[in-house]
Design a binder for this molecule. Structure first.
Ligand SMILES: Nc1ncnc2c1ncn2[C@@H]1O[C@H](COP(=O)(O)OP(=O)(O)OP(=O)(O)O)[C@@H](O)[C@H]1O
Length: 246
């Protein structure tokens, strides 16, 4: 479990949010939603201490990540995978090499062991046989799947998705949503998804955290969100032009 306790963050005089507290339970998928610039990316960067708060704690397995020293911090960060916005693949490496990269860098596995793992991972994201293609040869959806294979190759406990469906057409977004669900189930990953895409939230998330006006304005289950009378939340959802009430 990840416990976020009373986090406050500002950059100079720009207060991003204050006193944010919520828990992320093991194995669940939590969506972090809110308007552009409300501090979603800044929040997830605190989970693995890529950013430090003004005050507050993030507790993983009983320890505050902001108190960890070099070796423990490195170990903790390796428990996180990140799917970056826009995939962020290395253009000069082919699909196989992109996925193998974390294994080459962080493990002592042999070339054969790495090859086996990469093939397995390609299979899991339905891209078997594409190892020698370059990112430029792949569609946007396929690139996202390669990035997902790379983000999960070290078998992380936690996976952060930064806008996983942005820039994709509805059908491809649907495929990515299904993959996020199957990754969570097959690899028993705890998923944290930053998104504007309410349709995606309804598909993949169990719980929702909504940031607004420098605060955690609302959080609850997806079912509770459908019934919520929180005005800011409803305005945000309405603005996304997606009807969640049938
Ligand atoms: N490294 C930084 N230094 C100074 N200010 C920053 C830094 N990173 C983010 N900010 C500011 O923090 C605020 C929140 O940014 P953040 O990127 O977390 O928003 P977001 O909700 O993820 O937005 P979007 O949906 O557009 O990606 C913004 O005002 C941004 O300018």
């Amino acid at each position: 479990m990840i416990e976020i306790r009373n986090l406050t963050k500002s950059f100079g005089s720009n207060l991003v949010w204050e006193d944010v507290s919520f828990n992320i339970e093991e194995g669940e998928t939590v969506a972090i939603i809110g308007r552009s610039g409300c501090g979603k990316s800044v929040l997830v960067k605190h989970l693995n201490a890529l950013m430090y708060p003004d005050s507050g704690e993030v507790i993983i397995d009983g320890r505050n990540v902001f108190d960890l020293e070099y070796v423990a911090l490195r170990k903790m960060r390796q428990r996180f995978g990140v799917l970056f916005q826009g995939s962020a693949l290395f253009d000069s490496l082919n699909t196989f090499e992109n996925i193998a990269f974390p294994l080459e860098y962080f493990t002592d596995l042999t070339e054969d062991e790495i090859a086996d793992k990469v093939e397995e991972s390609l299979d899991l994201v339905n891209l078997a046989g594409t190892g020698d293609q370059s990112p430029a040869e792949l569609s946007g959806g396929m690139q996202r799947r390669v990035a997902l294979a790379r983000a999960t190759i070290l078998e992380p406990d936690f996976l952060i998705y930064d806008e996983p469906t942005s820039g994709l057409d509805p059908k491809t977004s649907e495929e990515i949503n299904e993959l996020i669900i199957s990754m969570a189930q097959n690899l028993n990953i705890t998923s944290i998804v930053v998104t504007h895409d309410i349709h995606s939230v309804l598909e993949i998330a169990e719980r929702v955290v909504f940031l607004e006006n420098e605060n955690l304005s609302w959080h609850g289950t997806v079912d509770e969100m459908r019934e919520s009378d929180n005005e800011d939340l409803m305005n945000f959802i309405t603005a996304s032009e997606y009807q969640i009430r049938n």
